[in-house]
Design a protein around this ligand. Structure first.
Ligand code: NAD
Ligand code: LMR
Length: 321
């Protein structure tokens, strides 16, 4: 039996309220593994965390070894196997994710400095708080001790959305949709790529206008659409995607995966950006699939998402030592 130390930041928030119960009821780890869960939020949220603690206890989860609630990042991060960095301001109606950039940059820099002091090379860090890719870059630059490949940003939600929207369009089962590549930023410039997508049992035939005027904008704007309807940003679907993200890191995958990872210049994308590339994942390590063709009609779009990330990087440059 192994006990995993799993830390969730923003634990009193909406995403965490789904994520914690999802992880503890069916852990994305080996059946025999147990979990020490550490829930971090700011001081003003400690009362709410106490209520959450009681709820978790009332579930009598067999996977749960220990439960800590705290406002002390050092305590929460020390010797963590995973840190799920959810804690940040979400956007509200009328905002873009990048509008949060400077407020959330502060949070990620200060938490990164603590991670660098108290974590080991084994700690895996998943960045969820928006703008997720640029926050992940801040995390990367401020944690020289942590290997680059241990820091990833959440793009699985975008991939899940893209698969589901396509499955509905084609009246196909979602698990039959393979190789759904998402290029770039978790933002309205991301590029979901149907030209590399396959359904093994059939040819995908879609009109150019549906791909470009319906599918791509729908996936790009899905987060905003949810805010419009719910009045709050996506929470259960984000939690589900975080679960899927951990699952593929733990168990690998026979499909092409979407995580934001540090660019080293693949596909002529500028190095030192957290970019969603097509990935294979095996034994806890990912490799960029570097031989896909990029359809001409996507080239300019991929450039735009890269440019947006370059602009975000410029805005936060004082956080990138
Ligand atoms: P929320 O406002 O419900 O919860 C955020 C929590 O973070 C709050 O409890 C808050 O007190 C806490 N927090 C703030 N600063 C903190 C700090 N320094 N340390 C620890 N905790 C802190 O928001 P939510 O709906 O749970 O969303 C959280 C973040 O995730 C937002 O930035 C949102 O935009 C982002 N998000 C990302 C994706 C993605 O796919 N990458 C998807 C959905 C939401
Ligand atoms: C999402 O994609 O649902 C989240 O990033 C929340 C948002 O601000 O869109």
């Amino acid at each position: 039996m192994v006990t995993k130390n799993i830390t969730i930041t923003g634990a009193a928030g909406n995403i965490a309220y789904s994520l914690i119960f999802r992880i503890l009821s069916n852990p994305p780890f080996k059946d025999t593994d147990k979990i020490n869960i550490r829930l971090l939020d700011i001081s003003q949220s400690q009362k709410s965390l106490m209520g959450l603690k009681y709820e978790i206890e009332d579930c009598a989860f067999e996977s749960l070894e220990n439960l800590l609630i705290t406002d002390d990042p050092e305590l929460a991060f020390t010797d963590a196997d995973y840190i799920l960095m959810v804690g940040a301001k979400p956007r509200s109606k009328g905002m873009e994710r990048s509008d949060l950039i400077l407020d959330n940059a502060e949070i990620f820099r200060s938490q990164a400095q603590i991670v660098n002091e108290v974590c080991s090379k084994k700690t895996k860090i998943v960045i969820v708080g928006n703008p997720a890719n640029t926050n992940a870059l801040i995390m990367n630059y401020n944690t020289p001790k942590i290997p680059n490949e241990n820091i990833t940003s959440l793009m699985k939600l975008d991939q899940n959305r893209a698969k589901s929207i396509l499955a509905t369009k084609l009246d196909e089962r979602v698990e039959n949709i393979k190789n759904m590549v998402i290029w770039g930023n978790h933002s309205t410039t991301q590029v979901p790529d149907l030209y590399n997508c396959v359904i093994p049992s059939k040819e995908i035939s879609l009109e150019h206008s549906w791909i470009h005027d319906t599918f791509i904008p729908r996936v790009q704007k899905r987060g905003g659409e949810i805010i419009e309807f719910r009045g709050l940003s996506s929470a259960a679907s984000a939690a589900s995607a975080i679960y899927d993200h951990i699952y593929v890191l733990e168990f690998g995958s026979d499909d092409c995966e979407a995580l934001g990872v540090l660019s080293t210049g693949e596909y002529n994308i500028s190095p030192d950006l957290m970019f969603s590339f097509p990935l294979t994942i095996n034994d806890g390590t990912f490799t960029v699939i570097d031989n896909l063709d990029i359809n001409d009609s996507l080239t300019a779009l991929i450039k735009q998402t890269e440019e947006e990330l370059l602009k975000e990087r410029e805005i936060v440059k004082k956080y990138l030592p």
